[in-house]
Design a protein. Sequence first.
Length: 366
Amino acid sequence: MSDTPGAAGSPRPDHPKAPVRGRKRAAHPLARFLIRRVLIAVLLAWGITLVTFVLTNLVPGDPVAANLGQRALGDPAIVAAWRAEHGLDKPLWQQYLLHLQGLFQGDLGMSQQSHRPVGEDLAQFVPATLELAGAAIVVSLLLGVAFGVVAALRRDRLPDHVLRVLSLVGISVPTFWLALVAFYVFFYRLQITPGSGRVDPALGEAPFVTGLQTVDALLAGQWDVFVSAVGHLITPALVLALYTIGLLTRFTRSAVLEVLGQDYVRAARAKGLPGRVILFRYVLRSALVPIITVAGLAFGSLLSGTVLVEAVFAWPGVGQYAYKSATTLDLPAIMGVGLVVGVVYLVINLVVDVLYGVIDPRVRLQ
C-alpha cells in the first residue's frame, strides 16, 4: 500500500470531502444577531441606571425641604437623621453604588411619599398603564395600518384624501384637550360611556394576579367586572390612540406606495397573481420593517405620555405616580419610574430587532 498523498484510503488534505480539524461550526445568523442585541440591551440598561441617577440628582430643589417641611428644617438633628436614613449624607458615587446594589437585589428603595417600597408601588401602578397603552397600541395598529393601506391603494382618490385629512387631524389635536372633550361629551352629556377609574366602584376590582383588570377578571370568572373594565378602557384608549393612528396611517401609506413601485411587484402583477396575494405576500411584508419601527417607538411614547389622559380619567397608572413623585422630590420613586420606562423602551426595541430578523433575513447578515 502506497503512503503517498492521494493514495486509496488516505484522502488528500485539500480534498473537498476531507474533514477539517479545528474548525468550529458557525452559529446561525439569527442567533448571532440576537446575542448582539441582548448584549447591547444589557449595556444600555446600565446606562439607563446611570442617566436616571445623575439627572434625578440634578433636579433643582431640596428633597429634605419637600418631605420634612419648613418647621423641621429648623432642627439640624432632624435634618441630619433624615439625610442619613435615606443615604443623602454620602457622596454621589457611593449613593450610586448603593443604588446599583439595591437594583441587583431587587430593591428600588423606599418611597418617601407612600412610605412603601418603590417596587410595590410600581407593581401596583405599572400594570394599569400597560393595560391602557397596550389597548391603545392594538387599536392604533389595526386602524392605522388598515387606513394606510387603503389610502395607498386608492391614491389620489376620495378615500385617500379623506384618510389623509383625518390622519392630519389626529396628529394635530392635543391629547389633553381631546381627553377633556371626550370625557365631557360621552360621559357627562351623552352618558354612553362609564366614568372615571378602571371599574365600577359597586363591583370592585378583580383579585390581583397580573394587575390587568381585564385579564384578572377573566381569570377569576367575573364577567361583570370584565365588561365594566372593557367599558372603562375604551374611551381613554381611543383618546390615547388617536395620535398614533394618524402617525401610522401616514407612515404606512408612504411605505406601501414605495413598495408598490418596486420591480418585483410589477413582475408579480405581470404574472397574473391575485391582488390579495401580491398585497399580503409581497407588499405588506416588505413594508412591515419601517412600520414596526414606528409602532415600537409609538408604544414607548404612549407609556410615557399617559400622564394627562390618566389625570382626566382618574386612571391609577404610573403617570400619576410619577407626577406626585416629581412634585414631592421623591428621588427613589423618580429613579424607579425612569428605570421602568427605560427598560420598557429597551424591551420594545429588542422585540422590534427580533422581528426585523424574522421578517427580513438580510438584517441578520449585516
